[in-house]
Design a protein. Structure first.
Ligand SMILES: Nc1ncnc2c1ncn2[C@@H]1O[C@H](COP(=O)(O)OP(=O)(O)OP(=O)(O)O)[C@@H](O)[C@H]1O
Length: 295
């Protein structure tokens, strides 16, 4: 029987996880030889996933949000061990892109019949991301969100609304594919997957298997346009907005005026003024439904 390492981040999301080990073992008893591992600290999921891959474990199930998925996948890039996801975060962007069920039991049950596919991964200054990374307003929010005592969607929405009014766009110089673009941007997103999470599609045309990232530059917009921009993201047509420009590229160098926050899969990280974005095409195996029709 193939082996499945389950890596649980006990602090991710807002839902109770105490029943998960029993539920996974019981549901998958006929299909997977299950071991349960709990993270003890930030970055631990990468160590646990890397060790599991070295032991030849067939798949690792990340239980948590996009941060846990990022850390787990970082340990699996370039190995034969596949990433599976039990989404327990507030956004679950990569899981949604990969059409993994959001309901707990359904996400576990689908591992009975899941198929292995291979997706791209990306890096910013050598640190891996799999869904989206970026700078500007969303990175600023990710930084502030990490300082909050409460998590979940309502905290995220409250933080976003509070900050919108005072945020000042920065000037960025982007070098890619023999061109240079200079923009005053509200945010810049580098999208491997098509969404931030919560079905907010920042890059509706992103293809996670094409060896390219979508470079999405959103300019500052007046307040009365905010609802329209939000609706466009949920309607998958933000790329047609006058406030958005999108390119596809295999690698970008960004120069910005100030060092500070960026985000990698929603996790805030502090970086310098120069940011190098690169791709590792077809570098991560994932377990998804055989019927999944993501691109
Ligand atoms: N045992 C632990 N104690 C404290 N922090 C941990 C532990 N294990 C992992 N972490 C950290 O928890 C952070 C949050 O994880 P994750 O992103 O999965 O959950 P979330 O923030 O609730 O979900 P979302 O990203 O969807 O909002 C990650 O940065 C990870 O490094």
């Amino acid at each position: 029987m193939p082996k499945l390492s389950v890596i649980i981040n006990p602090i991710a999301g807002t839902k109770d996880k105490s029943q998960i080990p029993d539920l996974v073992r019981k549901t998958l008893a006929q299909h997977w030889d299950v071991e349960i591992l709990n993270t003890q600290h930030r970055g631990h999921a990468t160590e646990l996933a890397r060790e599991a891959a070295q032991r030849g474990v067939e798949a690792v199930l990340a239980v948590g949000g996009d941060g846990t998925v990022n850390e787990t996948a970082t340990g699996l890039v370039g190995t034969d061990t596949a990433l599976a996801i039990l989404p327990m975060g507030s956004g679950n962007g990569l899981a949604r892109h990969l059409q993994i069920p959001m309901a707990q039991l359904a996400a576990i049950e689908h591992l009975k019949t899941a198929a292995v596919r291979t997706i791209d991964s990306c890096q910013m200054n050598g640190q891996a991301f799999f869904c989206t990374a970026g700078m500007g307003f969303d990175a600023h929010i990710a930084y502030l969100f990490a300082q909050q005592h409460t998590r979940g969607l309502s905290t995220y929405v409250r933080t976003t609304l509070n900050e919108f009014f005072s945020y000042k766009p920065q000037r960025y110089t982007l070098h890619f594919d023999n061109q240079t673009q200079v923009r005053e941007a509200f945010l810049i997103t580098f999208a491997n997957a098509n969404q931030f999470g919560n079905n907010a599609f920042i890059a509706p045309l992103a293809d996670i298997q094409d060896g390219k990232m979508d470079v999405c530059v959103m300019s500052q917009f007046p307040l009365y346009q905010a609802a329209g921009i939000g609706l466009r993201m949920f309607a998958k047509n933000i790329h047609r907005s006058n406030f958005m420009e999108t390119w596809k590229s295999g690698g970008v160098v960004v120069e910005r005026e100030q060092e500070g926050s960026v985000h990698l899969d929603g996790e805030p990280v502090q970086m310098g003024k120069t940011l190098e974005l690169s791709m590792k095409p077809q570098s991560l195996k994932v377990l998804v439904s055989p019927k999944a029709d993501f691109v």
